[in-house]
Design a protein around this ligand. Structure first.
Ligand SMILES: Cc1cc2nc3c(=O)[nH]c(=O)nc-3n(C[C@H](O)[C@H](O)[C@H](O)COP(=O)(O)OP(=O)(O)OC[C@H]3O[C@@H](n4cnc5c(N)ncnc54)[C@H](O)[C@@H]3O)c2cc1C
Length: 455
């Protein structure tokens, strides 16, 4: 079995994995119930469940939501090391692109394309479903996406992409000149791809809101419950620092943290990315930058370059660089060098905001893998270890991953369970000690050759 090498011996002393940073200055956390510390009690003593989900981010919460839909009588338990939404799910840029699961099948024929589009847009549809059915409030705004570029080479790529999307029946337009300036007043941007398919959210509200929704469906959630060891078998034994639970099925929803419990080691690794939030913009500052259609805006220089307007009109902007810490180290929660790059970048895009206050800066760990594509599937000798990992840009994709996991559990054959991400064999990423070096080279190649320079 290629994807995991769990520790078996019950006799060794286990040190809890070194998972959590001391301090995260995350703007989104302040807008949720986390300020009142409404965190559930840890697991203590011995328990049984039908399904144990490890990790209370979007993947774990969506898996719980979808598994409950298909198996309403099963006892589902989520074990979350810190609190639901503590990982990337509560810290991200709130940028939800609906096209992240479009794959080669779109090129086949009309039917294959329609199925793929259905899967790719499912993540946003599911968020809307939960909002409608359960009153979840996550400051959701479905205003589409605007992808901008700073040079002619990138503009050509963008134009070709726009042609593809249109051919596939997705509403999009390639814009330049005054039309672009009407969307966003920045002389830095020379072309843009406007698509109707995308949304922005308050990520922590989505995670904490989903926590409440699944608890309402009788899913048991234990927070402050770090899983320190899993002994796999027909019945799995899952140990936390203070308790134990036995279950015939588990779901691994630990994304960038998976290596800490010996899963997907040297295949999925943490990549640390950072964001800042400005103070709320005044109406004259808003006027100076345009952006009245409030799309999520991204550009093409790096894996993540994204900005959104929060409900109270702050700019939340992230990207500019991402870091790989030696030995698969997790994010420290912040990084001054990258934060300063992001702020510089903000000023370059919107010189009129030179004096704006930056009120929050934070970061977190998301997952990298060769190919930057997630894998969602099932493995293990007894085919009872379900997982969804490798989400680098995963806000809507993780929602869909939860449905895929539930459909796989139910043995369904459909466009979700046959998507190319399902059971993708994540390639070996080389030994850890070489990863920093190769990572630096890969980053240089991405920025300077593929994306055409730092701008
Ligand atoms: C700063 C930042 C900005 C981002 N911006 C965007 C964006 O704008 N758009 C986008 O699409 N994507 C973005 N991403 C990526 C996106 O947030 C992730 O891909 C997605 O949230 C992954 O969700 P997840 O549930 O799989 O993992 P996570 O949200 O990381 O959840 C994993 C959970 O598992 C828990 N856990 C780990 N180990 C254990 C253990 N041993 N025992 C118990 N619990 C454990 C963790 O505490 C954590 O809560 C960003 C990521 C970061 C860090």
């Amino acid at each position: 079995m290629k994807n995991f090498s769990p520790s078996y011996s019950p006799h060794q002393g286990y040190k809890p994995p070194d998972l959590y940073e001391y301090f995260v200055d995350n703007f989104w956390f302040e807008t949720t119930d986390l300020v009142d510390k409404k965190i559930n009690v840890p697991l203590r003593g011995s328990h049984k469940a039908d399904i144990v989900i490890i990790g209370g981010g979007y993947t774990g919460l969506s898996a719980a939501y979808n598994i409950h839909k298909q198996f309403p009588d099963k006892k589902i338990m989520i074990l979350e090391g810190a609190c639901c939404g503590y990982g990337a799910s509560g810290r991200n840029g709130g940028f939800c692109t609906a096209t992240a699961m479009l794959d080669e099948s779109c090129k086949k024929d009309h039917d294959a394309r329609q199925k793929c589009i259905k899967v790719s847009t499912h993540g946003i549809s599911q968020i809307k479903e939960v909002m409608d059915k359960y009153g979840l409030d996550c400051d959701f705004e479905e205003n589409g996406m605007l992808d901008v570029v700073f040079d002619e080479k990138q503009a050509k790529t963008l134009e070709a992409e726009c042609r593809n999307l249109k051919e596939w029946g997705l509403t999009s337009s390639f814009i330049q000149g005054q039309v672009l300036q009407d969307e966003i007043k920045s002389s830095r941007c020379i072309a843009g791809l406007n698509t109707a398919h995308g949304a922005t959210i308050n990520p922590a509200k989505l995670a904490r809101g989903m926590k409440k929704v699944v608890e309402g469906l009788d899913v048991e959630i234990r927070e402050k419950s770090v899983v320190i060891r899993i002994i796999p078998g027909k019945t799995h034994h899952i140990h936390t620092e203070l308790g134990e639970v036995k279950a015939p099925d588990i779901v691994l929803a630990t994304n960038a943290y998976s290596h800490k419990i010996d899963f997907f080691k040297n295949r999925v690794f943490p990549m640390c990315t950072f964001a800042v939030a400005t103070e709320p913009l005044t109406s004259s500052q808003m006027e100076s930058i345009g952006w009245q259609n409030r799309q999520g805006i991204s550009d093409r220089r790096m894996l993540f370059n994204y900005s959104i307007l929060s409900k109270d009109n702050r700019i939340v902007i992230g990207g500019s660089d991402f870091l790989y810490y030696a030995n698969d180290g997790l994010s420290s929660g912040n990084n001054m060098t990258v934060t300063n790059k992001i702020i510089k970048d903000l000023h370059k895009t919107f010189p009129s905001l030179r004096d704006i206050k930056i009120e929050h800066a934070w970061g977190g760990s998301t997952a990298g893998s060769i190919g930057y594509t997630p894998s969602i599937g099932v493995m293990g000798e007894h085919n009872n270890i379900y997982y969804g990992v490798g989400f680098s840009e995963g806000v809507p994709v993780t929602q869909t991953a939860g449905k895929i996991i539930a459909d796989l559990m139910a043995g369904k054959q459909n466009e979700f369970t046959t998507h190319s991400f399902v059971n993708r064999n994540i390639p070996y990423a080389g030994p850890r000690f070489l990863r920093s070096m190769f990572g630096t080279l890969a980053k240089w190649y991405l920025v300077n050759i593929i994306r055409g320079g730092g701008h």
